[in-house]
Ligand binder design. Structure first.
Ligand code: GLC
Length: 720
């Protein structure tokens, strides 16, 4: 439809129909005929039949059959024949589930991330999804927050790169099998105090702009079509009603012209925050702040007509919001074909196909991070006769993480399956030993598992978080493994020193005790549908781990929030192993994390040498090239993620000790060497200075190139 036709359509709509178009409810409501009561944290609202079939969009539906049935009955009843828009949280797969975001980020492989997003988009589009509530671009520094699992970690530069890759993969040019992407959660949700879910966020404008906004801006610059304000307050105002950040920054400064959709019941929750005195004010505040669609709560429908009468909202703003929603539907081709890319035959052939599984397996292989290895890995399959797979995460399909859409545990390859697949013909046995439930202390399974361990050549011990203990609403005070898992680990390693730990987790865990006593720790996050095959690939050397952490692993929860790009303080700690009075330190532990940002081991070794720069002084419009030689000095091929960090020594505000400004994946055969170069341009040196204007300031800089953020190999240069 042309713009004029959309505008004409809006003119035909009644005010009530417009208010319904700006409201999103769960799809289940449209599956039942007759009136439906909205209950739960929102207002209790009666929808009559006409209102129900005037709703603009739905979320949470069960695939193609559901979507076809709902759309058909909806269009039969919708007076204006405006198609319904189906939205879903397609976060890390739709049926073929790939690693959780915090794991996938460790691949530092933007091409792979784009391909995975495109695969997920196609599986989703074939099932009727037209919008995904992805990418989640919250920067995170506190592992107590359960949603770090959905994030890409603590670095803004990496966040920007992944924002571009995911928007391109999911959305592209909105062509066939593409779905509109939605940046979330705008903004700074990851900085909730104490890592406690939905808690207060309070920070300086500079911190917001330097760390928490860049990835959202990158998504906007990539053409993302929707934006979702967060649940939290910023500057004391709930984000759904935060006019300065939505209208001012997102739409004003950044020129975002897509659809702003609230988070689940966030309109209604402005009352709980103590901001709106009732749901009428909630509807007015959120609409007037620039939010277009109300998700699940129904204050706009309940109060919209009265608010217009009272002049609290303007019908022209309603019309503008409705136009944006109709334009999105039009750009998605729904007016021409309300069933989009839905296709049963193609869906059956494509979803969970061998190709999709292979891509998910590759992603799991690249996402895993080898945290420790005394040489016991990789296991040589020729040298083992009997392998024990032991532990609560060893034979479960619940290795998918959260936000699974139609991903199913029964589609997963468990570790036990994967090891049997790889070692066909050899003896592979499983014993659970203990549970992964957070408060389970039952040791009755130890005996059988320990006996199996004793009788085996090697033990693959699968420990970690329970699949349900990360994601929304799972903040933790303690981010270590449960004691029962440590006790179990001690019993197993007592009877068999050839024990390797496979760690499943959705967050950095303070596994200091594990690091002390394990011979090897392979962190596989929640690796997805092909997790078991990937674990086998990695443990038996069919794949060489290359993942690098994108979020620091603390020694102790007492260090949280902890992140590599911190400020130096006026009394920086001089020695992590000594008590340091009158320095910025703890008397009972180190400042440094257990494993730093950018850290990850390989089965081979990479030697860095000859760090050089082509000049040592640059002017504003000049660039500098830094180079380093890298050699694979081990005995097998491997991939190294070479990282470039920059330190700005002085500024009109203090500057972080170093910041990631580039990375390259380099694959080298044993003995092979290469030169890796990075171009440093002025924009990489820019920051929000004392005047809150983003620019580079003249002075001394250092460029570091290394294998993780702890690297000290650097070369100095000056901006004049
Ligand atoms: C949830 C989440 C958000 C998600 C939305 C719809 O509460 O905060 O990330 O997109 O509701 O499921």
């Amino acid at each position: 439809m042309k713009k004029s036709e959309l505008k004409a359509l809006i003119k035909k709509m009644t005010l009530k129909e417009k208010l319904c178009q700006l409201t999103q409810e769960n799809a289940v409501m449209l599956e039942k005929s007759g009136g439906t009561k909205i209950t739960g944290p929102s207002t209790v609202t009666e929808f009559n039949e006409e209102e129900k079939y005037a709703l603009g969009s739905v979320l949470n539906f069960n695939g193609i059959e559901d979507a076809k049935k709902i759309q058909k009955q909806y269009l039969e009843r919708n007076r204006n024949k405006i198609p319904l828009l189906f939205m879903q949280d397609v976060i890390h797969g739709y049926k073929t589930i790939y690693p959780v975001n915090l794991g996938l980020a460790c691949s530092f492989d933007m091409q792979l991330i784009e391909e995975l997003s495109a695969m997920a988009a196609k599986e989703a589009a074939l099932n009727g999804v037209k919008v995904t509530f992805s990418p989640m671009l919250d920067l995170v520094r506190d592992a107590r927050w359960g949603r770090v699992v959905e994030s890409y970690g603590e670095d803004p530069f990496l966040g920007c790169e992944i924002a571009k890759a995911t928007v391109k993969g999911f959305q592209g040019d909105l062509g066939k099998y593409k779905i509109a992407a939605c940046l979330k959660h705008f903004a700074a949700y990851g900085a909730c105090e104490g890592g406690r879910e939905y808690n207060t966020v309070d920070m300086s404008e500079r911190t917001l702009r330097e760390y928490y906004l860049p990835a959202f801006k990158a998504a906007v610059d990539s053409g993302v079509r929707l934006a979702m304000p967060a649940f939290n307050i910023f500057d004391g105002i709930p984000m759904a009603a935060n006019k300065r950040l939505i209208d001012g920054v997102l739409k004003g400064e950044w020129k975002f012209d897509g659809v702003v959709i609230s988070d689940y019941c966030a309109y209604y929750e402005t009352i709980k925050h103590g901001y709106a005195k009732d749901y009428k004010q909630a509807a007015a505040d959120c609409l007037n702040a620039g939010t277009d669609i109300e998700m699940v709560s129904a204050s706009l429908i309940a109060a919209g007509e009265e608010l217009i009468k009272d002049g609290a909202i303007k019908e022209k703003d309603i019309d503008e919001a409705v136009y944006k929603v109709l334009k999105l539907k039009n750009d998605l081709g729904l007016f021409e074909n309300p069933y989009g890319d839905m296709d049963e035959v193609e869906e059956k052939a494509f979803s969970l196909s061998a190709e999709n599984r292979a891509l998910a397996r590759k992603a799991a292989n690249e996402s895993a991070v080898l945290l420790k290895n005394d040489g016991i890995l990789p296991i040589s399959e020729d040298k083992v006769r009997k392998v024990a797979v032991i532990g609560p995460l060893g034979n479960t399909g619940d290795i998918l993480g959260r936000w699974l859409c139609l991903g199913k545990y029964e589609d997963s390859v468990t570790v036990y399956d994967g090891v049997k697949n790889l070692l066909e013909g050899k003896e592979v046995e499983y014993a659970e030993g203990c549970k992964s439930d957070l408060f389970d202390v039952d040791e009755s399974g130890f005996g059988q598992a320990v006996a199996l361990a004793k009788s085996s050549d090697v033990v693959i011990l699968c420990l970690g978080e329970d699949g349900g203990d990360n994601g929304e609403g799972t903040s933790k005070m303690n981010i270590d493994l449960p004691d029962v898992q440590y006790k179990f680990f001690d019993e197993v390693r007592k009877v068999n020193p050839n024990t390797v730990v496979v760690l499943f987790t959705g967050r950095p865990l303070s596994v200091t005790r594990l690091d002390k006593n394990a011979r090897a720790i392979l962190n596989v996050w929640f690796p997805g549908t092909e997790g078991g095959n990937s674990v086998a690939d990695l443990l038996f050397g069919k794949a060489n781990p290359s993942g690098k952490l994108t979020m620091s692993f603390p020694y102790s929860v007492g260090q949280c929030p902890i992140y590599y790009n911190h400020y130096n303080t006026g009394r920086p700690r001089s020695d992590d192993n000594k008590r340091c009075p009158f320095q910025s330190a703890y008397i009972d532990g180190p400042n440094k994390p257990l494993y730093p940002f950018g850290y990850g081991l390989s089965y081979t070794e990479f030697a860095y040498s000859d760090l050089t720069a082509d000049k040592t002084i640059i002017r504003e419009n000049e660039k500098l090239t830094v180079s380093v030689k890298i050699k694979n000095v081990g005995n097998r091929e491997g991939t190294e993620i070479v990282q470039l960090y920059i330190k700005d020594w002085f500024g009109s505000t203090v500057r972080p000790v170093k910041e990631l400004k580039g990375f390259k994946r380099v694959t080298l055969k044993a003995g092979e060497e290469t030169v890796v170069s990075f171009e440093i341009v002025n924009d990489m040196l820019a920051f929000y200075g004392a005047d809150l204007k983003r620019k580079a300031e003249p002075g001394k800089f250092s460029a570091f190139i290394g294998t993780n953020s702890d690297t000290n190999d650097c070369i100095d240069f000056e901006l004049v």
